[in-house]
Write a protein that binds this ligand. Structure first.
Ligand SMILES: CC(C)(COP(=O)(O)OP(=O)(O)OC[C@H]1O[C@@H](n2cnc3c(N)ncnc32)[C@H](O)[C@@H]1OP(=O)(O)O)[C@@H](O)C(=O)NCCC(=O)NCCS
Length: 339
């Protein structure tokens, strides 16, 4: 007997991904363009990262603009009016401003009058943390429709004189609609971790309360991304593998059960090394870093869109999303694809 005197076991509703929309700005920055900006080469970038080109937003476009474009496509795909949304989660490290939250700007532009929302800061794991959060809001029974948006305008915080970082990042956004589903449909489980001891390896040092903007912080280029690439690389390979392995094991699943690994796109070598350790073959892994670079919170939806368009992800497939990012943050989700 439960606390309400009932005898029936409480069955939680499920949460499914029911629509997807993506947007990248039209401008493209190629490896050849970068050769003219820093001491690098197309060959080095291709071999070390797998990136060919990335999209860059025009000066008048900010993160909320990319987010609204992606959100409108997702909502139109499902025929959902913005007023039906219960919550909007914007995952980003490049908000239009520190406050108001970009979620508020997006909510206003969409006319999502019934939604609350917030920004979620988890860098490259942001979209997966957003999916995890949205799934639980829906499964709690308190929300019917939650929109998760990953949107980043990385070009605004990248130092285009630093060849170690400027070759990696691009701008882009993607949105997924999470809706109530039948028990057992859609969301299966998650394994998310943070490890703040790695915080110094990838950060934007200035602009917060620790180091507010001054003429000196600007002169020292402290408002740009600073990274120890090798440390991040090693951690990313290990954790993307370990967390994915552990989540599959927890659910009694093996690599052969997975239709697709949709990984965060930070470096082709990180993805292939993690996938090999997991025992996945190449047709079980989506890689589209060549066309977009690392769009931070945008990579997972952008890669999912490519998987769908290529006919590699269809209803009933088991999909694992995996990411590692600044923080450090680690995020892995298992979903049954439902449309
Ligand atoms: C950044 C990254 C591509 C660098 O690749 P790497 O193989 O680790 O290269 P290293 O940092 O060891 O540098 C090797 C050499 O290449 C040089 N180099 C770095 N960037 C270069 C570039 N764009 N073009 C040419 N040479 C470059 C370095 O200066 C170094 O030269 P040195 O040996 O004379 O000192 C790689 O470390 C990486 O992808 N890290 C993870 C990044 C990431 O995932 N970030 C986001 C987290 S979500």
């Amino acid at each position: 007997m439960d606390m309400f005197g009932g005898t029936k076991e409480h069955i939680l509703p499920g949460a499914k991904i029911s629509a997807l929309g993506c947007y990248v700005p039209p401008g493209v920055l190629t490896n050849q363009d970068l050769e003219k900006m820093v001491d690098t080469s197309n060959q080095w970038i291709l071999e070390r990262t797998g990136i060919v080109e990335r999209h860059i937003a025009p000066p008048e476009m900010a993160t909320s603009d990319l987010a609204v474009e992606a959100a409108r496509i997702a909502l139109a795909q499902r025929g959902v009016d913005p007023t039906e949304l219960d919550a909007i989660i914007v995952c980003t490290v490049t908000p239009d401003m520190l406050f108001p939250a970009t979620a508020c700007l997006v909510q206003n532009r969409l006319g999502a009058k019934g939604a609350w929302g917030f920004d979620l800061v988890a860098a490259c794991s942001g979209f997966i943390y957003g999916l995890t959060t949205a799934a639980h809001l829906v499964m709690a029974g308190t929300h019917q429709k939650v929109l998760v948006i990953g949107s980043d305008t990385m070009s605004r915080i990248i130092d285009y004189t630093d060849r170690g970082t400027c070759i990696l990042f691009g701008d882009g956004a993607g949105a997924m609609l999470i809706e109530r589903a039948g028990p057992g449909e859609g969301f299966i489980g998650f394994l998310n971790e943070i490890d703040g001891s790695g915080g110094d390896y990838l950060k934007q040092p200035a602009g917060g309360s620790r180091m507010p903007a001054t003429a000196a912080t600007v002169a020292q280029r402290l408002h740009f991304v600073k990274q120890d690439g090798q440390q991040v690389f090693k951690y990313a390979v290990r954790k993307m593998y370990e967390a994915s392995r552990d989540l599959l094991e927890k659910h009694g699943l093996a690599a052969k059960d997975v239709k697709l690994l949709i990984p965060h796109q930070a470096n082709r070598r990180i993805i292939t090394a993690a996938a090999e350790r997991l025992g996945l073959c190449s047709d079980q892994v989506i890689i589209n870093i060549d066309r977009f670079g690392n769009t931070t919170a945008g990579t997972i939806p952008l890669a999912t869109r490519d998987a769908i368009e290529a006919g590699r992800l269809t209803k009933g497939d088991l999909v694992i999303f995996a990411a590692v990012g600044a923080g450090f943050t680690v995020g892995v989700n298992l979903w049954r694809w439902e449309y």
